[in-house]
Write a protein that binds this ligand. Structure first.
Ligand code: SF4
Length: 290
């Protein structure tokens, strides 16, 4: 078995980062908030915002009662702010339909707005200790290397979930810890660019090491740049509105980016996404703030 729970879980016990959402006292709601925030943002940026959110909104109903503008403001600079509004909708549904308790099973979680396959499984596993495979980029990479002997994971595929399920320990009590350990190994040791095999608990059984570390020869992954992208421009426009509680005129927004075509297209997309609203007199504000 190239990934043995008896090897991996003790490594996790010793080396795992001490993250607040891993605290045994952390609620499933805290886990859910962390999983949405961590989807596209690194741990170091998420941690302070997560603490602030859980302090302000310790239960789903607390977040559901908050105005959308406040939620977007509190999202700060985590990026991809549609996640904040999705989380708000998720909180409303949990408060309204589930008695303010985050559901524990994957299918019920999947039926909530804003919850995808990864998040549903992560919440079931890390919030409730359920034995369900949890597959993110890190897990896919570790499995690709340790099990399949490939230099990296190719594009996401249906077999990823089966691969992870086949590795899960049978005992429910260990399965969730195993999933967290696999993820942590990918984040800390079996990293995309610089796998530190000499420090890896799996190195003796790793198929990629045994094969002589062949180079990855699958399809190239798209590289993500930020400077000059619509994502950057949208962020700059939202920054203006987060810093005020009054609607602002278009001329104020025009100052943040010189290319008018891109700037206006980004403003349109923010309006379409419901992240910005226009007042009757043509000014702009965060949702509900006019
Ligand atoms: S031995 Fe190297 S490639 Fe294999 S799982 Fe560990 S870090 Fe990844």
């Amino acid at each position: 078995m190239p990934i043995d729970a008896a090897t991996l879980v003790p490594w996790f016990d010793t080396h795992a980062r001490d993250l607040p959402w891993r605290d045994p006292d952390c609620s499933a709601w805290g886990v859910l908030v962390s999983e949405i925030m961590l989807q596209q943002t690194p741990v170091s940026r998420v941690e302070p915002v997560w603490h602030e959110w859980l302090r302000r909104w310790p239960r789903p109903s607390d977040l559901a009662a908050a105005p959308q503008a406040e939620v977007l403001r509190a999202w700060g600079k985590l990026g991809y702010p549609r996640r904040a509004l999705r989380l708000h909708s998720t909180a409303e549904a949990i408060a309204r339909e589930h008695n303010d308790v985050v559901p524990a099973d994957v299918d019920t979680l999947l039926a909530l707005p804003g919850i995808g396959t990864y998040t549903a499984r992560a919440v079931a596993a890390f919030g409730y200790g359920k034995a369900t495979p949890v597959v993110d980029t890190n897990v896919r990479r570790v499995i690709a290397r340790a099990v399949h002997g490939a230099g990296d994971a190719g594009p996401a595929a249906a077999r990823d979930l089966d691969d992870a399920a086949a590795l899960l320990p049978r005992e429910e009590s260990r399965a969730a810890r195993f999933s967290a350990a696999l993820m942590e190994l990918g984040a800390l040791v079996c990293t995309a660019r610089d796998p530190r095999c000499a420090e890896c608990p799996l190195s003796e059984a790793c198929a990629w090491v045994a094969a002589g570390k062949p180079a990855y020869d699958g399809p190239a992954k798209p590289t993500q740049r930020f400077a000059g992208t619509d994502r950057q421009v949208r962020g700059l426009l939202l920054d203006v509105l987060r810093e005020t509680t009054e609607p602002v005129p278009k001329t104020r927004l025009d100052q943040v980016w010189s290319q008018a075509g891109q700037r206006d297209a980004c403003l349109d997309s923010l309006l379409t996404d419901g992240l910005v609203e226009q007042t009757a007199d043509g000014r702009f504000a965060l949702p509900g703030e006019h």
